[in-house]
Design a protein around this ligand. Sequence first.
Ligand SMILES: Cc1cc2nc3c(=O)[nH]c(=O)nc-3n(C[C@H](O)[C@H](O)[C@H](O)COP(=O)(O)OP(=O)(O)OC[C@H]3O[C@@H](n4cnc5c(N)ncnc54)[C@H](O)[C@@H]3O)c2cc1C
Length: 491
Amino acid sequence: MTYERIVVLGGGTAGWMTAAALATGLRNTVVELVESEEIATVGVGEATFPSIRAYHQILGISEADFLRATNGTFKLGIKFRDWRVRGEDYYHTFGNFGQLDGSDALWGQYRRHVNAGLGSFGEQCLPTVMAMHDRFCAPGQDAAAFNYAYHFDANLYARFLRDLAMARGVRRTEGKVVDVTRKADGGVAALKLDGGRDVKADLFIDCSGFASLLLGRTLEEPFVDFSRWLPVDRAWACPSAPVGEDLTPYTRATALTAGWAWRIPLQDRIGNGHVFSTRFIDEDAAREELLRQMDGEPLAEPRLLRFTTGHRARFWSHNVVGIGLSTGFLEPLESTSIYLVQAGIGRLMPLLQRGGAVPPAAVEDYNTGLVRQFERIRDFILMHYCLTARRDTPFWNAMAEVELPETLAYKLHAWRQTGALVQYDEEGFDGHSWLAIHAGMQHWPQRTDPTQTQIPVEKSLEWVRERERQLAAAVAPLPTHQAYLAHVLGA
Ligand SMILES: Cc1cc2nc3c(=O)[nH]c(=O)nc-3n(C[C@H](O)[C@H](O)[C@H](O)COP(=O)(O)OP(=O)(O)OC[C@H]3O[C@@H](n4cnc5c(N)ncnc54)[C@H](O)[C@@H]3O)c2cc1C
């Protein structure tokens, strides 16, 4: 069967990202999006991953138009405060560490001689040095230099994509789905709207958010629960007024009593939130903790969001493909939800573009690939918690003792034993990212690769010092993030 009519249920970030991609990539397919203004979107997905730039490129979206429409800013990475111990911070930016993680893997030398007047590990990474000094400048033609992402207002982003998708032919239907009719094979035949209309399609994309109306409630696809590894289950979100002149080109993630707080700078306000576990702190205390550590005055009452970490066992079942929160949620520490939305779209589009029926083997491959992507990111996020040296609250004690998934346990073992940065299939984060967290958490191998000891110490230390000097010199003349953004917006 070919998919002549596709219906997207839900008009949050996932729904409009999917509809815009379908309208751009499938010229002969009718695409309809059903959404209800009565049911609010999550609307707090404000920090992203660099892959979003590729999505914009494929859709032909100009960076300046997008930043203007969404109050967007640039993001070099994340600054982690108080994660290993209180009072310490480190960065995870989208860059590399030169010879420290190149074929010579000089991190071993660095580590042994760290007292020889070397700067922090982050000073070997260009975007980290930029972040430390609130500087930003796009890498231009030298894409290998580093990568970057954005912060934006998620509600404005959905609106921006809605206009783009509708201009490319997507039909928008306002209506609340009150019932779902099934086909004889168990798939979905039609969505019944509150006005009485039946919306039929060959393929339904479930972007209904945590409600998971089609994949979860209708098809009863089981939920694979990750909360024994990632126990956070609530978030308070609250915007605040900007303070001071500095627009930081990074997200800040501060470890608190029983979770962590995000700080995301937009052009007109700061997005704040506290992600926490109700096993260790109650909602009222978590709300107070968020407000206490915010830099500026709150601009609204904090809003509570409830979730369980994990994912649906399958993302595609019968004639329903789930994309976005309907398929699951990890937690926002590494800003990976919109990236996973994009991963779903990226896998789906070529299957639909080939025409004809998508065979069961391809559907299975789609499901296996996305399950793996969720598991890899789960491991990466869990690594931030389990390497903590904090023992000051029951939450951090529990996180240090979590029984790790085998996949992560093996990665940490291989690193400790030999300094190998093991990578599996479907990784969301490359070796540079893993190294940034190992280094930031001061989690170093017990042994050094014998080949490293053959490089004379003085020579390797000189390389490290020279890179530090070069990066500092390269960053000094760059514009501040604020100035660069003003230039892009004005262009
Ligand atoms: C606390 C928190 C922080 C987050 N931070 C980030 C971040 O920094 N970075 C990131 O990438 N992601 C983040 N996310 C995730 C991000 O917000 C979502 O992945 C993204 O917004 C996609 O959401 P969605 O479109 O799947 O769902 P939603 O935004 O919930 O949209 C659901 C849509 O379905 C519609 N709908 C539901 N039921 C019906 C019905 N019966 N009839 C008709 N329409 C219906 C609603 O009207 C709505 O339009 C965060 C999420 C949470 C909870």
